[in-house]
Design a binder for this molecule. Structure first.
Ligand code: 1CP
Length: 346
């Protein structure tokens, strides 16, 4: 039993007494206790692959920021690794794949991963986190959308353009679909296993949605996200596709409960376009947290007004930047908690 189920009720479309709040990337470098733990380890992967430690940093923001949800500390790149493509996390540079996908042979060599066998460390971290949380807040499980995972597997690292990955969609669309099908099958089994292990809600991150033209987005990304949503009928799913404003009306027809908005999106326009069925999540500009305390409060209240009181999960429009002052994050969280009940009184 959850003591605080605001997030789940909001996701299900039920009225809540205040707006729930959490932050993408809340577990991470904004917290001094995260940086201290991280400094004692060999690297990011040791933290991700040691369930007790992953559970510890998952819970840190619940203690430090008093957010309404925990998100399991992991990375979207554990999925390609489970399929056979190892990643490295370079300090201050981000992820890097020593081997990338270039040919049909490379795709054929990938496996559809078995969650317990190849991602057991994440599932164990979820089980430990659930025990330690003891019902304080819901736990969010997650995975990358198949297109975003393909983008890293083909490109080999982060990129402004992902031109190698996008090139494949033109030069060998059949191979791209073959790879997307394998990623989708792995992701579905992995997310179902996360739910069995205790995740209460699932978020699908399509971080590189916005670099595709709309026709390619439908062909190579959103249809696979729809498959993932259909495979998780018993748990609320949030679809967050950064930059894919053109796809939001399509998401409104998916078997998902919540649609995440980045900070470029206008919540009022989205609401007018899709109606009241879905809950919306977001979407304060992460840079708004660089302001003064008063500025953070004002920006947060303005955001809450744009969404309206119900069917909203307060968050940033993307992950919190690592050099953000944790005190300002706390102001954001507290402002949601203080202002959103008043907004309900009219
Ligand atoms: O040691 C460190 O602190 C490295 C920084 C870091 C962290 C804290 C990385 C490297 N990943 C993570 C954890 C992480 N990644 C979480 C933890 C839970 C939380 O949100 O609190 C989550 C949900 C992710 C998901 C993730 N990883 C995404 C999707 C969300 C998004 O931000 O768009 C993506 C694209 C990644 C890849 C990745 N991992 C790390 C970095 C720096 C990146 C992005 C690199 C790039 O720009 O291509």
């Amino acid at each position: 039993m959850l003591k605080n189920d605001l997030l789940l009720r909001a996701a299900r479309g039920e009225d809540t007494e205040r707006t729930p709040v959490w932050l993408m990337r809340q577990a991470g470098r904004i917290l001094p206790e995260y940086r201290a733990l991280r400094a004692r380890l060999s690297g990011f992967k040791e933290l991700v692959e040691t369930p007790e430690l992953a559970a510890e940093v998952t819970i840190q923001p619940v203690d430090a920021l008093d957010v309404d949800a925990a998100i399991i500390f992991s990375d979207i790149l554990v999925v390609p690794e489970a399929m056979g493509l190892t990643y490295e996390m370079l300090e201050a540079r981000g992820p890097m794949f020593p081997e990338t996908i270039k040919s049909a042979h490379d795709v054929a060599r990938l496996r559809v991963a078995d969650p317990e066998e190849h991602l057991g460390y994440v599932l164990e971290a979820i089980r430990i986190t659930k025990r330690a949380l003891n019902g304080r807040v819901p736990l969010i499980g997650f995975a990358g959308a198949p297109w975003t995972i393909l983008a890293y597997m083909v490109e080999g690292h982060g990129s402004k353009t992902f031109s190698k990955a996008r090139r494949l969609l033109y030069t060998d669309p059949a191979l791209a679909h073959e790879l997307l099908r394998k990623i989708t099958a792995t992701t579905i089994a992995y997310l179902q296993a996360q739910v069995t292990a205790g995740a209460n809600i699932i978020q699908v991150f399509d971080s590189w949605a916005g670099i595709l033209p709309p026709d390619h987005y439908r062909e190579f990304s959103s249809r696979y996200i729809a498959e993932i949503c259909n495979a998780l009928p018993d748990v609320p799913v949030t679809v967050f596709a950064k930059g894919a404003y053109f796809a939001i009306p399509e998401f409104a027809s998916f078997n998902c409960r919540t649609i995440g908005l980045d900070w470029n999106e206008d919540p009022r326009a989205v609401r007018a376009a899709i109606g009241d069925e879905k809950t919306l999540q977001g979407n304060l500009d992460p840079c708004a947290l660089y302001g003064t305390r008063e500025q953070v409060q004002q920006a947060t209240i303005a955001m809450l007004r744009r969404f309206g009181p119900q069917r909203h999960i307060a968050n940033l429009g993307h992950g919190v930047y690592p050099d953000t002052d944790a005190d300002n994050v706390r102001v954001f969280v507290d402002t949601v908690k203080e202002f959103s009940p008043m907004a309900r009184e009219g």
